[in-house]
Design a protein around this ligand. Structure first.
Ligand code: URP
Ligand code: ZN
Ligand code: ZN
Length: 467
C-alpha cells in the first residue's frame, strides 16, 4: 500500500491559478485537489498530514540548465550530481536537466553513457539530460535520432569556444535540419566565438588581464549578432530554436523580433543576469573572477530589458546555468589572464528564492514566477505535466514555501559545494520549508531527509511549447 499524504491549508500556486486547496498524494503522485475546508478535503484520511497554513504550495522547481561535474577550462565544476542535486532540493528545485557532453571524435552514445554513470545512484532529485553536440558529423547526426527516442530531446550547440565546443554555421545548420526532422530542440550558446578570440588576444597583448576584461571582449553585439545568425539558420532549417543564457538587451531584441514574426524562437535567461552586473566583474583584488561566466554579466541597464522580456514572454525560462568553480584553486587559474578563469557561476540553490524576491520587488507576478521556473521549463523540455505543475496525475514534486521567511544568502550556510556565493550577504524574503520529490519528503523544515539515488532519470518527450 502506498503512503497517503495530505497537504492542508496552503495557497496552491501554479502557472495557471492560485487556489486555497488541500492536496492529496498517493505514493509518488498527486491524486486530487479540493478546496480547503470542503467536505471532500475534510473526508480525506492520510498517513501523513502536512500543515501549510500561511505558506504557498508550489510545484518543485525545474532547472533546465545545470552542469554538475562538467570538465571545463582545465578543471571540473565543483558540484557532483550528489552535492548539486542535494543543494537544488534545499532551494526548492526537484528536477534538473543537465548537459551530457559529446567530445570531439567520440560518439553521442559514449558521452551519454558517461553522464548516466556520473548521475546514476547519486541524485537526490529527478534528472534528465540534454546533449552537447561537440562534434557534428554524419554519425553524430544519425545518433541524434536514437537519443530523441531515448528521451534526450534537446541538443546544445556552441557558436563560442573555438577549439572546444565550437560548431561552424554549416554544422549548426545540419544539426538544425536534423532536429527539424526528429523533433530534437536545438539550444544555442549564441556568441561569436571567432571574433571574441581576436578581442581576447588583443586585450591580453595590451596588458588587460583582469576579470573585468572578460566582460569587455565578450561584447554584447557579438551576442546579438550570433543570436540573429542562429535565428536565421533555424529559419532556413525550419527548426525551432532555444537560446540559452541570454544576457544582452540587444540579443533579446533579436528574439523579440523573431517572435513577432511568429517564429518558434525561445529564450532563457539566468538569475546572474537579472541580479548581478559588470560592477561585480570589476570588484577589486581578483574578486571579479567569481562572476566570470559566458555569456558575461552585462552593465546594470540590461536588467530592466530582461525583466521586461520575462513579463512579455519574449523570454520564457529562467534556469541557472549552474556551473560552480571554487574561488581558491579553480577561479584562481586565471590570475594574470582572465581567459583562463573557468567560466561559470553557482546558483542551483538560489534560483527559486531570487525569483520569489523578484515577485516581491514587482518584476513578475506570483504565477509568472511558477511559469518561468517550473511549468515552462517542463513544457519546453517535454516533462509536462509530470513535472512543473500540481494536478491529478502529476509527480508529487511539491514545495511548501514560506513567503515571509527572511534569509541572508551566504557560502557559510549554502549547500552547494563551492567556496563562495555569487549573492553573498543578499537578504531575500521567501524560502522552501518542506520539499517533496515524488511524494518523498527530502527537506523537512530545515532538515535534509533525502538520499543519493532517490532521484530518477527522466526520459523526456519532445518540446511541448511550440507555437
Ligand atoms: O559560463 C558558463 N556559462 N559556463 C557553462 C558552460 C556554458 O556555456 O553554458
Ligand atoms: Zn553556454
Ligand atoms: Zn551552460
Amino acid at each position: 500500500m502506498s503512503t497517503r499524504t495530505v497537504i492542508r491549508n496552503g495557497l496552491v500556486v501554479t502557472a495557471a491559478e492560485e487556489l486555497a486547496a488541500d492536496v492529496l498524494i498517493e505514493g509518488e503522485q498527486v491524486v486530487a485537489l479540493a478546496a480547503s475546508g470542503s467536505s471532500v478535503a475534510e473526508g480525506w484520511t492520510a498517513d501523513r498530514e502536512i500543515d501549510a497554513t500561511g505558506r504557498y504550495v508550489i510545484p518543485g522547481g525545474v532547472d533546465a540548465h545545470t552542469h554538475m561535474e562538467l570538465p571545463f577550462g582545465g578543471t571540473s565544476a565543483s558540484d557532483t550530481f550528489e552535492t548539486g542535486t542535494r543543494a537544488a532540493a534545499w532551494g526548492g528545485t526537484t528536477t534538473i536537466v543537465d548537459f551530457a557532453v559529446q567530445s570531439v571524435g567520440a560518439s553521442l552514445r559514449d558521452g551519454l553513457d558517461t553522464w548516466h554513470a556520473k548521475a546514476q545512484g547519486n541524485c537526490a532529485i529527478d534528472y534528465g539530460f540534454h546533449m552537447i553536440l561537440g562534434d557534428v558529423t554524419e554519425d553524430s547526426l544519425k545518433e541524434m535520432d536514437l537519443l530523441v527516442g531515448e528521451g534526450v530531446t534537446s541538443f546544445k550547440l556552441f557558436m563560442a569556444y573555438p577549439g572546444v565546443f565550437y560548431s561552424d554555421d554549416g554544422r549548426i545548420l545540419r544539426a538544425m535540419q536534423r532536429g527539424a526532422d526528429n523533433g530534437g530542440l536545438i539550444m544555442m550558446h549564441a556568441e561569436n566565438g571567432i571574433a571574441i578570440d581576436v578581442l581576447v588576444a588583443q586585450a591580453l597583448a595590451a596588458g588587460k588581464t583582469d576579470p573585468r576584461y572578460h566582460g569587455e571582449v565578450r561584447h554584447e553585439l557579438l551576442e546579438a549578432e550570433a543570436t540573429h545568425r542562429a535565428i536565421k539558420l533555424a529559419q532556413v532549417a525550419g527548426a525551432p530554436l532555444y537560446v540559452v543564457h541570454v544576457s544582452a538587451a540587444s540579443a533579446l531584441a533579436e528574439l523579440a523580433t523573431a517572435r513577432d514574426q511568429g517564429l518558434n524562437v525561445f529564450g532563457e535567461t539566468c538569475p546572474q543576469y537579472l541580479f548581478l552586473s559588470t560592477d561585480n566583474l570589476a570588484e577589486p583584488g581578483f574578486e571579479g573572477a567569481k562572476y566570470v561566466c559566458s555569456t558575461p554579466l552585462r552593465p546594470r541597464e540590461h536588467q530592466a530589458a530582461l525583466w521586461r522580456g520575462l513579463r512579455t514572454n519574449d523570454l520564457q525560462v529562467v534556469s541557472t546555468d549552474h556551473c560552480p568553480f571554487c574561488f581558491v584553486g579553480q577561479k584562481e587559474l586565471g590570475r594574470g589572464d582572465f581567459s583562463k578563469i573557468p567560466n561559470g557561476l553557482p546558483g542551483v540553490e538560489n534560483r527559486m528564492d531570487l525569483l520569489h524576491q523578484a515577485v516581491l520587488d514587482g518584476h513578475i507576478s506570483r504565477r509568472r514566477w511558477i511559469e518561468i521556473a517550473c511549468a515552462t521549463p517542463a513544457r519546453m523540455f517535454g516533462l509536462y505535466p509530470r513535472k512543473g505543475t500540481i494536478a491529478p496525475g502529476s509527480d508529487a514534486d511539491i514545495v511548501i514555501y514560506d513567503p515571509a521567511a527572511v534569509q541572508t544568502v551566504s557560502a557559510a550556510t549554502h549547500h552547494m559545494n563551492v567556496d563562495y556565493s555569487a549573492y553573498e550577504g543578499r537578504q531575500l524574503t521567501g524560502q522552501a520549508r518542506t520539499v517533496l520529490s515524488r511524494g518523498t519528503v527530502v527537506i523537512d523544515d530545515g532538515r535534509y531527509l533525502g538520499r543519493p539515488g532517490h532521484g530518477r532519470y527522466q526520459p523526456r518527450a519532445t518540446c511541448q511549447y511550440l507555437i
